[in-house]
Design a protein. Sequence first.
Length: 95
Amino acid sequence: MGKLVEMASQLRQIVEGFLSANSRLGVQKVAKQSDGAVFNAGDKGHFMFIVGQGQIEISRNGEILESVVAGGAFSKMAFVKDEGTRSADAITASF
């Protein structure tokens, strides 16, 4: 578990460094309840997310594609594609 916490800290430092170097990007904390949608397929994508606590399930058409836990990142394509749309749903699974 110690290695995972260290890796999450390193990832956070890398992302924060990237964000501070790029003036058009910023950091915002988002809190959601269990079983709450972070975003849905078809929504405009403006942000990448890093899970601070709990678990997020990424799904499309009811099929879970990925589970992201604390320290993990999702919606990384928001950095690649300007004004792209989300291709899957992101739902909080547990906290």
